[in-house]
Ligand binder design. Structure first.
Ligand code: ZN
Ligand code: ZN
Length: 364
């Protein structure tokens, strides 16, 4: 079983595969995942050889001492990127050192700074996504944190629903949900909650409005908590009274697509294949064009990460991956429904981390 402590060694093993001598990790989510550091300025250098260097500035001297795992040499520098370039250094035996950098996250300006400092003995090699590749499969400690985040988010929504939906503004419900999660210990929201009622529910990424939620309509709520560095993500759609048959029918359709595709999540299944299970059900009901997004995404240190479940996905699901399953039907100007669960791929199928019921509930 892998743990946080082997992460630098697993990176080092990947370096050999990619014919890199060292990797510079600059994205702060990746730095935290690799070293434990939660501050706003830090980077990690893995290799060459057994070098494990963590750099931050003076403000984080004490914090990094408490957080950064043993095994990292810790240094303080006013400008950490040039300092890392110098540390990566020209190989002692001569020749060229191949230094991987994160081309997905490093700015053009920072790349220029790095290139100017490393000199002729170092070749900068684009190596974005290397840490993300390891982050795809979660270890037991990570799964425990995601489970806890999901549980906190479930409890917060249950509390908020107890205060009702109809007659409150979307914004009030969203703020209440955010505050309730923070009071329960969430370090942040994983994204600003979506609360979308009536025709606004047809916008998949609706922003909560200062508009009162009507009775007898649908309300889609999409929310998540960040807890101990890990995100949760869930969506439920509620009725605020008796619905017209059209809305009821769309709800039942999305529910069927959600349940069936969730049951298709297993190790070895393709991201495209699982997406197709939901898409076929929705398309057969005549709503294919109203399901314009992918079925789901990975969740971990970030709320949106690999693997993807979509028509364009080339992912194959593996044990220990955490994904959302979130089909939706959005009829412009009319109504929208989305139902989203968070699930872990296990040896024999899935473990669903979302504990809230999915049958249509009426919340007045
Ligand atoms: Zn969501
Ligand atoms: Zn999601």
């Amino acid at each position: 079983m892998s743990t946080a402590m082997d992460r630098p060694d697993r990176i080092a093993a990947l370096l050999a595969e990619r014919e890199l001598d060292a990797l510079l990790v600059t994205d702060l989510v990746n730095v935290r995942w690799l070293t434990g550091f939660t501050g706003s300025n830090g980077l990690a250098l893995v290799g060459p050889g057994d070098q494990r260097l963590f750099l931050t500035d003076f403000r984080y001297l004490t914090q990094s001492g408490e957080q950064v795992d043993d095994g990292w040499q810790r240094d303080i520098a006013a400008e950490i990127l040039p300092a890392a370039a110098v540390s990566a250094g020209v190989p002692e035996e001569g020749g060229t050192l191949r230094l991987g950098f994160d081309d997905v996250h490093l700015s053009v300006k920072d790349h220029g700074t790095l290139a100017a400092r490393v000199g002729a003995g170092v070749e900068l090699v684009a190596a974005g996504g290397l840490v993300e590749q390891l982050r795809l499969v979660k270890d037991a400690g990570e799964l425990e944190k995601i489970r806890a985040a999901a549980k906190l988010a479930d409890a917060a929504l249950t509390e908020v629903l107890g205060r009702g939906l109809a007659g409150r503004t979307e914004r009030d419900v969203a703020l209440d949900l955010e505050m309730t999660m923070r009071k329960a210990g969430a370090e942040a929201v994983s994204f600003p909650p979506i609360v979308a009622s009536g025709t606004h529910s047809a916008l998949p990424h609706a922003e909560p409005r200062d508009v009162e939620i009507a009775a007898g309509t649908l309300v889609t709520i999409d929310w998540g908590a960040m807890l101990d560095g890990y995100a949760s993500d869930c969506t439920r759609t509620y009725a605020t009274g008796e619905l017209d048959p059209r809305d009821q029918e769309i709800y039942e359709l999305v529910l069927e697509a959600q349940r069936t595709s969730l049951a298709a999540v297993r190790a070895g299944a393709g991201g495209r294949e699982v997406d197709a299970v939901a898409r076929e059900i929705i398309t057969a009901a005549g709503h294919g064009e109203h399901f314009g997004h992918g079925l789901g995404h990975g969740v971990g240190a970030e709320v949106h990460e690999g693997p993807r479940l979509s028509q364009r996905s080339d992912s194959t699901l593996a044990v220990g991956q955490v994904v959302t399953v979130e089909p939706g039907v959005y009829v412009p100007g009319a109504v929208g429904v989305r139902i989203e669960d968070l699930a872990v791929v296990t040896e024999d199928g899935v473990e669903v981390l979302t504990g809230l019921p999915k049958e249509l509930q009426v919340i007045g």
